[in-house]
Design a protein around this ligand. Structure first.
Ligand code: HEM
Ligand code: HEM
Length: 240
């Protein structure tokens, strides 16, 4: 009867011991623990804003899943491509500077040529009056001046053209009818006229005393005026 009375107490004790034994972690308990349960480290917010990063978080600097290119930027060039582009740009800038300097000299030389040519026109006309304006007599007062002015005009004209042609053209444009084209065409005709003058002047001089000398002189004179007219038109093409 005493044993019967102590049975509930014994059962209660056994149940308590068994419960306590189950609550102690065994070697396999970690493996069987549910994985979905967040561990304390997953709520380890970095409230201090320091540099510590979670190993599992996506690293945006390494092209993570959210590394979109919203700006539409170009693909990065290789160092060789970058160096080539820089060299090209530097050459372009150098050419632009050289072109500007040469065309400035070209214009200065061009105006100097025009001024000397105008003087040559006057002296050439006076030379003609002196040679053919009277009844066969001549003073030759303008002969030397005309000769030296002829050399100066031709030299300046040639230098002006060479400087223009030597100017690099970093931005080539298609041929179209504009002031530059009119200028170049006029100067091309003027250049041909100048070359003819250099040849015709001495030829005229060697025909001294011959019947055809006057014809040569008039041709030389006419080409002189025509050449000056084309050169002036070429200059004026920039004004209008
Ligand atoms: C007062 C006289 C002159 C002035 C003011 C002048 C002015 C100019 C200017 C501003 C240009 C640049 C055209 C452009 O690229 O838009 C040019 C080009 C040129 N000029 Fe003259 N020029 C003169 C005389 C001459 C003469 C005498 C010649 C020929 C002997 C000549 C031949 C040329 C040539 C060939 C170009 C083209 C250069 C190039 O585009 O690369 N110019 N000139
Ligand atoms: C810039 C271009 C010119 C050049 C390079 C040039 C060159 C010459 C040369 C080398 C002579 C020979 C000189 C001599 O008697 O020993 C000459 C003669 C002459 N030139 Fe020019 N000349 C030019 C323009 C002109 C012009 C524009 C005129 C008239 C407006 C002219 C009128 C004459 C005359 C009348 C003679 C003398 C011809 C003779 O002996 O019968 N020249 N020129």
């Amino acid at each position: 009867m005493r044993a019967m009375r102590s049975l509930p107490l014994t059962l209660t004790l056994l149940a308590f011991v068994a419960g306590a034994a189950r609550a102690e972690p065994g070697p396999d308990d970690d493996k069987n623990a549910p994985k979905a349960q967040p561990s304390s480290s997953e709520f380890d917010f970095n409230l201090s804003g320091g540099a510590k990063k979670k190993a599992s978080s996506p690293d945006s600097s390494q092209g993570g899943a959210f590394d979109f290119n919203f700006g539409g930027e170009e693909k990065k060039k290789s160092p060789e491509e970058e160096a080539r582009a820089q060299a090209k740009q530097a050459k372009l800038e150098r050419d632009v500077k050289v072109r500007r300097a040469l065309l400035l000299s070209h214009q200065a030389l061009g105006f100097a040529t025009l001024a000397v040519f105008a003087a040559q026109l006057v002296i050439g006309q006076l030379n003609y009056q002196d040679k053919y304006g009277r009844d066969g007599t001549t003073t030759d007062d303008y002969k030397l001046t005309h000769l030296s002015l002829g050399v100066t005009t031709a030299t300046l004209f040639g230098a002006t053209g060479i400087v223009a042609l030597a100017a690099p053209n970093p931005y080539p444009k298609p041929i179209k009818f504009d002031a530059a084209l009119v200028h170049k065409l006029c100067m091309a005709v003027a250049a041909a006229g100048m070359a003819l003058q250099i040849i015709l002047g001495p030829i005229t001089a060697t025909h001294d005393g011959k019947l055809d000398q006057r014809t040569f002189a008039v041709t030389h004179l006419a080409i002189g005026y025509t050449t000056f007219a084309f050169m002036s038109a070429g200059v004026l093409s920039y004004v209008f």
